[in-house]
Design a protein around this ligand. Structure first.
Ligand code: FNR
Length: 382
């Protein structure tokens, strides 16, 4: 109502309200190398497109005379109460997407302002300590790209723990780079240009590898040598030994992998195909969500399932929740918000997602998170 009244009074929303306009606006202001890096995906981007269109194959069935003036979207995640189930997915170059190149800190400020937790990437433009310091009272998680050196991995994780992150997300699908033609064609890999490596250059173990005051080429060369630890299930006990924080494995799409991860002592599952950036030729991440949710439920316990890849609207959030996600993360949407309108731009994007989610739950008669079960959905296309 506030937005409608504001518009009547001539105060129009300062930023786009649809993803298509948001993306077009952001891509118009981002420099060309970031444009392809953020918007692009693997191969001919069929998987990336499928992530988005998969939501259209599910229809929410409206239920009437179930009106509530207050809706409850809240969720408990590792003992923390969150007013909404939204999260900000880890995005490695978000630091570069604001004019001052401090986009990671600004993403943290967005988190503080909205209560939407940020999952900070290993690939930051500011050290992880500075980023979590800006998240205020909102919980924050740290995402690890596991380097080859176990000592360096341990150092990054213990820094994250000491700095106050609430959970560790280990991303499993990026131990080799994705085949991204748009970036390959332009030689575009920000880290190879020495960008977004602040967590390495601020790390004492990394400093031992480079020696004191390394030149930029030495930093990049050392980072390349560390990139991509080919982890196997045998490494799970070692990962577990690194921290007392809850561990969430990101990139899990198969029910057997979810089961095995929980057997191995991890605390949460993150179903994602990296926004279609890593491997083309797969299905939409949404199609893997029900199987993963069922495996986690069958395992017993209360491990949360985080979902991302292709979420573009409140309707998408509602559908992912109905398919069993505990929390729903967005990547590109908040990055576009930051690029286009700085902190207020990304705050606007997250609030708009929350508002649309809330209104759909109101109109369609599913006022509480608990009402959103698979019975709320009908599959409309095979
Ligand atoms: C990512 N993603 C990602 N994931 C991760 O675990 N660590 C990272 O550093 C990054 N970096 C990154 C950069 C960019 C530019 C994008 C767009 C994405 C993947 C991210 O966490 C998430 O899985 C996807 O962005 C979700 O898909 P949508 O919401 O972008 O469709």
């Amino acid at each position: 109502i506030e937005l409608y009244l504001g518009a009547l009074g001539g105060v129009l929303p300062a930023h786009p309200l649809t993803h298509a306009e948001l993306e077009a606006g952001a891509l118009a202001v981002l420099p060309p190398e970031l444009r392809t890096y953020v918007a692009g995906g693997a191969g001919d981007e069929a998987t990336q497109r499928a992530n988005v269109t998969a939501f259209e194959r599910w229809a929410l069935v409206p239920r009437m005379l179930n009106a509530r003036t207050e809706r409850d979207l809240s969720v408990e995640l590792f003992g923390k109460h969150l007013a909404s189930p939204l999260m900000m997915a880890p995005v490695g170059v978000v630091g570069l997407c604001t004019l001052d190149q401090h986009g990671d800190v600004h993403a943290a400020e967005v988190s503080a302002a909205t209560g939407v937790p940020l999952i900070g990437s290993t690939l930051m433009s500011d050290p992880l300590e500075d980023v979590v310091a800006a998240t205020g009272d909102t919980p924050a998680w740290f995402q690890l790209y596991t380097p080859k050196s176990r000592e360096l991995a341990a150092s990054l994780v213990s820094r994250a723990e000491r700095a106050g992150y609430d959970a560790l997300v280990v991303t499993l699908d990026t131990w080799v780079p994705g085949w991204r033609p748009r970036d390959l064609a332009s030689g575009n890999f920000p880290q190879l240009r020495g960008k977004a490596l602040a967590n390495y250059t601020s790390d004492p173990v990394f400093a031992e590898m480079t020696g004191p005051d390394p030149d930029p080429a030495t930093v990049v060369f050392t980072w390349v040598g560390q990139f991509g630890n080919p982890l196997t299930w045998d490494d799970l006990p070692w990962l577990r030994s690194l921290t007392d924080l809850p561990i969430v494995l990101k990139g899990i799409c198969h029910p057997d992998d979810a089961r095995r991860a929980l057997d191995g002592g991890v605390d949460g599952i993150y179903c994602s195909n990296h926004g279609g950036r890593q491997a083309n030729g797969g299905g939409a991440a949404l199609d893997w969500l029900p199987g993963v949710v069922d495996a986690v439920a069958a395992h017993g316990g209360d491990a949360p399932v985080v979902f991302d890849s292709g979420v573009r609207s409140g309707a998408d959030v509602v559908k992912a929740l109905a398919l069993g996600a505990t929390a729903v993360a967005v990547g590109r949407p908040y990055v576009y918000g930051l690029a286009l309108g700085g902190v207020p731009g990304a705050v606007h994007v997250l609030r708009a997602l929350q508002a649309e989610t809330d209104l759909i739950m109101a109109v369609d008669g599913y006022p509480n998170r608990a009402d959103l079960t698979r019975d709320a959905l009908v599959r409309t296309m095979p």
